[in-house]
Design a binder for this molecule. Structure first.
Ligand code: HEC
Length: 147
């Protein structure tokens, strides 16, 4: 084996390792997706599509885009209509979400990862502040109107 073919061989061995390496560091991003599947998809759908006139969509939702500062409060304390999402009226009740195993509120870190996932998928965009931070979520939660 020549030096150059050894080099190619090593590159072929190393490249897949390098390409898969980032997956070691993305667990926090996956936490948002896991939390969505666990706590939201049963109502809002796996792709955020909602259910007709019963459950509003999160995918491409104009309501979501126009109320970035209220989303953490909605996750924690729920929402009690009437609201209009993409031209459809909803007057339903969404309860605040609790961790299904611990029965505690989702932590600011969990809410942050969850909302970053939602705002990064299905045609949605991060709010004016860009990617959410835990400190930003804590500030939003402190400012929630007590319901
Ligand atoms: C038990 C069903 C249910 C679950 C679970 C649920 N929601 Fe909702 N959600 C609703 C309903 C119903 C509404 C409409 C409430 C209204 O009419 O005011 C709503 C409204 C919303 C809205 C505002 C409207 C829109 O579509 O943009 C957001 C944002 C939202 N939910 C996010 C979430 C997130 C994030 C989770 C998971 C942490 C979640 N919801 C879990 C039923 C649910």
């Amino acid at each position: 084996m020549t030096a150059s073919s050894l080099g190619r061989c090593l590159a072929a061995l190393l490249l897949p390792t390098l390409l898969t390496l980032p997956s070691c560091f993305t667990n926090k991003q996956h936490q948002g997706e896991r939390l969505y599947v666990q706590h939201c998809s049963g109502c809002h759908g796996e792709q955020g599509q909602g259910i007709g006139q019963l459950i509003p969509p999160l995918a491409g939702s104009d309501y979501l885009a126009q109320h970035p500062g209220q989303l953490a409060c909605i996750v924690r304390y729920g929402l009690n209509g009437p609201i209009v999402v993409n031209g459809v009226s909803y007057n339903q009740l969404m309860l605040g979400v609790q961790d299904t195993t611990t029965h505690h509120q989702l932590s600011p870190a969990q809410v942050t990862n969850l909302l970053n996932f939602i705002e990064g998928h299905w045609g949605n965009h991060p709010g004016p502040g860009g990617l959410r931070t835990i400190a930003g979520t804590e500030a939003e939660l402190r400012a929630c109107a007590v319901r």
